[in-house]
Design a protein around this ligand. Structure first.
Ligand code: AP5
Ligand code: ZN
Ligand code: ZN
Length: 214
């Protein structure tokens, strides 16, 4: 399957995608994770992306389309994929369609993580991440077995620099202004499925499975 996950910051995209990936054995591309890795490694891409990311603004379409174009060439992404955090503008969605047209394939489903903005601050400020795997935890909703450590590797967890209440405000603004039109773009193709993203993670997973098996 070829899937896109769309939702505001903290809606659960990163939490659900490893589960979907394990079940459907797909390639999982999260532009936010890829950009953070580039920032940490201080690559030319990372240096260009850092300022916008720190402010909670979107990185330029050219940069992210470039990363996705490159990553999609991997053999594991030829049969299917999950895109988490891409496309986030209508221009990005159009570029993706052009890329897929060349391969003669289409997006199958867009999962819309629908949730009220008011819930997101608590989710974002309580999040802890294992940077190398992208696994996420939450001090209240999904605590690690050992506080501050990843369940699988035991390595330390970190908090994202953009996970403050102040930066969340601009991330939400970017979502409503630039990313919601992407949901309309795919609604016109009748491939959007709504997920009740305010429910507990297991219930969201069950909904995801329902959508994907139908
Ligand atoms: P990105 O990394 O994509 O961040 P985001 O969209 O803001 O989304 P998050 O990762 O914050 O939320 P999530 O939905 O994955 O939530 P999670 O599952 O972790 O992008 C970061 C930046 O990169 C952007 O601001 C931009 O600058 C740049 N960028 C990236 N892609 C770009 C693009 N295409 N174009 C331009 N710029 C781009 O969950 C959050 C917390 O809640 C966790 O602690 C989790 O444990 C908990 N939780 C999850 N589900 C539940 C639940 N159901 N109930 C209770 N708690 C839950
Ligand atoms: Zn995420
Ligand atoms: Zn809105």
């Amino acid at each position: 399957k070829r899937l896109i996950l769309i939702g505001p910051p903290g809606s659960g995209k990163g939490t659900q995608s490893p589960i979907i990936k394990d079940e459907f054995c797909l390639c999982h591309l999260a532009t936010g994770d890829m950009l953070r890795a580039a920032v940490a490694a201080k690559t030319p891409l990372g240096i260009k992306a850092k300022e916008a990311m720190d402010k909670g603004e979107l990185v330029s379409d050219d940069l992210v389309v470039g990363i996705i174009d490159e990553a999609m060439k991997k053999p594991s992404c030829q049969k299917g994929f999950i895109l988490d955090g891409f496309p986030r503008t209508v221009v990005q969605a159009q570029k993706l369609d052009e890329m897929l047209e060349k391969q003669g394939v289409k997006v199958d489903k867009v999962l819309n993580f629908a949730i009220d903005d008011a819930i997101l601050e608590e989710r974002i400020t309580g999040r802890w991440v294992h940077p190398s795997s992208g696994r996420t935890y939450h001090t209240k909703f999904a605590p690690p077995k050992v506080p501050g450590a990843d369940d699988v590797t035991g390595e330390p967890l970190i908090q994202r620099k953009d996970d403050t209440a102040a930066v969340l405000k601009s991330r939400l603004e970017a979502f409503h202004r630039q990313t919601e039109p992407v949901i309309d773009y795919y609604s016109k193709k009748s491939i959007v499925a709504q997920l009740p993203a305010e429910k507990p993670p297991k219930q969201v997973t069950a909904e995801v499975q329902k959508v994907l098996s139908s």
